[in-house]
Design a protein around this ligand. Structure first.
Ligand SMILES: [Zn+2]
Length: 359
């Protein structure tokens, strides 16, 4: 009887393995029209689980149907920074730490956002840091150093990005070269504003909001900024007929990880998860939107030591004030979500998004 039961189990396992490929929901007839790509900066599995525990044991991200893991090392370091991590996730090229939108030979490489733009899709970027900061910059800029914020801001003018919301006003307007790139953007029809509080969706594109001189305040002081920006982005980009590509960064999970601040990590993760809810709600209604959620790296070497769903409490320790080399999770939903399972390179993620879109 034991033998028969074992055989039965083996059969279930085999059927489970083979049917995965056969039931792929990614095909010529079922390609995504839109992509929403959400990146939690510094969001390892434990950052996410801390948020989940503090939220009573559940998060919106659990609505994703598929999960995977990504290796995060960069071209010149086992431990990546957000520039090499962002460039890998944006372009599919590993590069050296510090470099934006260039490969390790300092040659500019195209991002999946640029490919989407060329294919006639509407494109957008939302972040809670400077829009010139490493992760969003990797999608539109090509600079040798992430610290060249003013050069990165100048790259926005030729990027074709249709919609952006974040901080970084001073990189556009208070510059060593005395140029005003907000005015330059206005001269090519951008509506540039400094707050999204009273902006009605959909906005006419191209549109840019520079809502802080530098980074936005931390989650506790930021209110509903990130979910609101994602809602505005989706409604505005979706008004164009030919599909859209939107990158959203939960930028400051990383900052709180650097600060070894458990409460801060939880606040930022819950804020990011509210933005994820906006994306998943749209994708569920729309049926043609691929949602991919991942991280560039883990920050802090966070370990969960204790917690309670009932009390929504979590106790954590940190091993470093910097980044770690651990793999990060990937979550996906919608058409072609099944292409983001298993263990992969971080560079495989944009490559698979491009394939899903038929590029
Ligand atoms: Zn960091």
């Amino acid at each position: 009887m034991k033998k028969v039961f074992f055989l039965f189990l083996s059969l279930i396992f085999l059927v489970g393995c083979t049917s995965k490929g056969e039931q792929s929901n990614c095909s010529k007839t079922r390609k995504p029209k839109n992509v929403i790509y959400l990146i939690g900066d510094g969001m390892g599995l434990n950052q996410l689980y801390a948020g989940m525990t503090a939220n009573g044991g559940t998060l919106n991200i659990e609505r994703c149907t598929h999960t995977g893991l990504a290796k995060t090392y960069s071209a010149n370091s086992y431990i990546t920074d957000s520039a090499a991590g962002g460039t890998a996730l944006a372009t599919g090229s590993k590069t050296n730490n510090g470099m934006i939108g260039m490969n390790a030979d300092s040659v500019a490489v195209k991002s999946v956002l640029s490919d989407a733009e060329e294919a006639g899709m509407a494109t957008g970027l939302v972040a809670t840091v400077r829009i010139t900061h490493a992760t969003p910059a990797s999608f539109y800029a090509h600079q040798i150093s992430r610290n060249m914020y003013e050069e990165i801001a100048a790259d926005m003018l030729t990027s074709g990005v249709d919609f952006f919301v974040g901080g970084g006003r001073k990189n556009f307007e208070v510059r060593k070269d005395s140029l005003n790139y907000s005015d330059s953007l206005r001269n090519v029809d951008y509506n540039i504003v400094y707050s999204i509080d009273s902006v009605q969706a959909p906005v006419l594109l191209p549109f840019g909001a520079l809502c802080a001189d530098s980074d936005m305040p931390q989650a506790r002081e930021r209110g509903n900024f990130l979910p609101q920006a994602v809602d505005l982005a989706i409604k505005s980009l979706d008004a164009r007929a030919d599909g859209f590509f939107l990158m959203v960064e939960g930028s400051q999970i990383d900052y709180q990880g650097h600060g070894n601040n458990t409460e801060g990590v939880v606040d930022e993760v819950l804020d990011f998860d509210r933005a994820i809810k906006v994306a998943l709600d749209f994708a569920e209604r729309d049926g043609e939107t691929l949602v991919v959620i991942t991280a560039d790296h883990e920050t802090g070497g966070m370990t969960i030591m204790n917690g309670s769903y009932a009390d929504s409490t979590v106790v954590a320790q940190f091993n470093t004030g910097g980044h770690t080399g651990t793999m990060v999770p990937i979550y996906s939903f919608g058409p072609c979500a099944d292409q983001f399972t298993g263990i992969m390179e971080n560079t495989d993620i944009p490559t698979r998004i491009k394939t899903a879109l038929g590029f």
